[in-house]
Write a protein of this length. Sequence first.
Lengths: 312, 213
Amino acid sequence: MQLDVSPAVLWSLSGLYAILIGASLIVVLLRWRGPDNQRAELVQRIRSWWIIVTLFTLAMVMSRQVAVVFFALVSFLALKEYLSIVPTRRADRRVLFWAYLSIPLQYYWVAQAWYGMFIIFIPVYVFLLLPMRMVLIGETKEFLRAAGTLHWGVMTLVFGISHIAYLLVLPQEKNPGAGGAGLVLFLVFLTQFNDVAQYIWGKLLGRHKIIPKVSPNKTWEGFLGGVATTTLLAFLLSRWLTPFGWPWALVAGVLISVAGFIGDVTISALKRDIGLKDTGTLLPGHGGILDRIDSLTYTAPLFFHFIFYLHY
Amino acid sequence: MARLLRFIFYGGIVRLIVLIVLGLNVRHRERLPTLGPAIVVANHNSHLDTMVLMSLFPLRLLPKLHPVAAMDYFLGSRLFSWFTLKVIGILPIKRKVERGDDNPLEPCNQALRDGQVLIVFPEGSRGEPEQLQSFKGSIARLAENNPAVPIVPVFLHGLGKALPKGEAILVPFFCDVLVGEPLRWTGDRRRYMRELDERMKLLASEGNFPSWE
């Protein structure tokens, strides 16, 4: 039951708090020099970070089951946010209920460490079941759009995010220094760090737009600066948290930073399609939960299969 | 005992469902009344409407909060009546007035004189999911009877998707709550109704929600 929290994981979590304290101090200093609106959002954003990091820490140190439930809850909140902002058909109300039911099942396979089921349940069974349920209701108008919309949400927000939780149940002895928790920290921290790094590099040096149609504020300078910083950090952290030697650590860093960027702009494209700036109001200063985990929808499955292929 | 149950019901179960299973996006929360007497009027699509409106207020106001509800629907068997009256805390009124009855709104007037906050659904009953119906005239009469009491219009969106009339399965959706500026008695029933109607439509258009087909 008890997840053995290794010293490496505890040190990393302490590092997170050190960063938060640093960020809060900077904000206090900025406030001294006079308030303005942009800073008010920054204050909110950092306050939300404190809550996110505290919940994350509690989930990670309490037990493996608690951590799995925590990620199931993240999937639930994200899927709910997604289904609330995308257009759904009135006829599909009960189909959506079945889509939600995939969450407890998917995370149950994770808790049981049943890899075979975990990896096919949503791509095969849920994929086939939901359209069948829709056909039983019989509404054919906009059928394809509704089926596609629903499946995309379940794949990214349930299947994709559940890969973070599966890292926790991988055999601990393959990563003796930090176990599954170490891998989760490595993935989640680097993904979130990469978001911040790309933002800061973009603010400092940003000149050339990278994907103006989808995300006009994103620049090549921000993207490359983020990749470089995240890769360097991946190299530094990998000794404690992962079983990688330095060459694979660098590859992991590039993978996370590039995939994180793609996940981010994919959700941006979704928001632009619907005509929203933020996906919700759950996390003041960030927007909705989708705004926060957008990058993870790409990094989680890709990082998982990267390490799974190399080490498990 | 009933007070404690009511506290547990609204403070625990209802808040858990409203905030975790549903989730709210509230706009202009500061416009909600902070003390009685006041009337909150909202559009009505789901049994969840009452639960959401009750959750918008701090728990210290709970003893003063009462949803106004139809006597014939909510006062059935003894156990059910006890639950609706004591735990949900409805203020029952008669839907059909017979000759010789007192003013059917008198219980509301009395509650407002006692400084209570009433939750009223002037559409009467829950309509088609996610469609605004016109308000019934008794809300203007209530305003006329209590000219000093502010009436706060609230537009609810999404609850008719989560639990529409006639459905037993709750499907989670984030719901939007848009609180309007308080409105006081203007001196003329028809004008008052028009004003209230316009405020509701304004709130609905502020949300810019797509229709649900």
